[in-house]
Design a protein around this ligand. Structure first.
Ligand code: SF4
Length: 327
């Protein structure tokens, strides 16, 4: 028997009996062409004679490839100066980030065990398994997990188990026939591989059938709704459309703490507006990185947590609005 929230998710979000749109078979090709053209134009502009060209901002990666992620795109649109300041400081694992990774990994293992038909693990067991997987993977927070104090670990594991429990009593049991994909990587290569777009979808259910859109993409959130969440999902929608040739039919941010979600259905307008945001972001990233243009400053809610705030002449002084706490 389903909980009332599971039933709402089933009826209103998954909506198994709802109609699914058929899409124009040429749409994905036109979207890709627009991306290719705009990206090549941007590369040509920044590689004009006199520029050095081509530095990557991900240490250890091929410096000839420009990497674009959801996070980077969000940052460059939010405030260019803040983006560069954050990168100067570099990335550091924190308890909050590791808690999120543990929770996502545990939910991934849960979905895997559900769709394999094996006996279910308890949330605590899933989190322990997830922790072990992360410790074995040197690309993740293994070093943080190995050096954390007993208290830090207990807190991180408890928070992750809380998120898994909330996922369990919010979502109906995941059926293997829904083709669940968890932590699913998406990549698109542009300009002969000189620009790489990448993303990782928390949860995708369903699969396109011919030209019929049948995939639902869900971002699982442990915090509150934020202004950037819809744009993050549209990024995934674009990558999925270019990968499959058919878009997802629906995108949803699901907030585990409240059992609520916000969703929007995907149509051509949404995808074309995403193309404009992405091509504008790529152009700005290339100008900053390759042509070394000075960054613009965009005061707003992000000034509240900006590390460059003490030095920035444009820093917002109005940090009192509720929106200022949204990240
Ligand atoms: S203080 Fe505000 S305007 Fe200045 S760099 Fe930071 S986010 Fe941008």
């Amino acid at each position: 028997m389903l909980t009332p929230t599971q039933q709402r998710v089933w009826d209103d979000l998954l909506d198994p009996g709802g109609s699914r749109p058929s899409v124009d078979p040429g749409l994905a090709g036109r979207l890709r062409q627009a991306l290719e053209t705009e990206t090549s134009d941007s590369l040509e502009r920044v590689h004009a004679p006199g520029t050095t060209g081509g530095p990557s901002w991900i240490p250890g990666r091929d410096p000839a490839v420009v990497l674009v992620s959801k996070h980077l795109l969000g940052q460059v649109h939010q405030c260019e100066r803040q983006m560069l300041a954050s990168e100067r400081v570099g990335f550091e694992w924190t308890a909050t980030i590791v808690q999120g990774m543990l929770a996502h990994k545990a939910i991934e293992l849960k979905c895997g065990s559900m769709s394999s038909g094996r006996a279910p693990f308890a949330p605590g067991q899933l989190v322990q398994l997830a922790g072990q997987r992360l410790i074995d993977d040197e690309h993740g927070p293994a070093a943080w997990l190995r050096s954390a104090s007993a208290g830090e670990l207990a807190e991180a594991y408890a928070a992750a188990a809380d998120a898994v429990t909330k996922f369990e009593d919010s979502f109906p049991p995941i059926d293997a026939r829904w083709r669940p994909r968890v932590e699913s990587r998406l990549k698109v290569h542009l300009a002969g591989g000189r620009v790489e777009l990448s993303g990782k979808v928390d949860l995708a259910l369903g699969q396109a059938s011919g030209h019929e859109a049948r995939t639902l993409i869900i971002d699982l959130k442990t915090g509150r709704p934020a202004l950037g969440h819809p744009a993050d999902l549209r990024w995934y929608a674009l990558l999925e459309t270019l990968r499959v040739g058919v878009p997802p039919y629906r995108l949803a941010s699901f907030y585990l703490d409240s059992g609520e979600w916000r969703h929007e259905d995907v149509d051509e307008n949404l995808l074309w507006s995403t193309i404009r945001r992405v091509t504008d972001g790529i152009a700005r990233l290339l100008e900053l990185r390759v042509a070394h243009r000075s960054p613009t400053e965009s005061p707003g809610p992000a000034c509240r947590w900006c590390i460059d705030r003490p030095l920035c002449p444009s820093a917002s002084t109005d940090l009192s609005s509720p929106a200022a706490s949204e990240q």
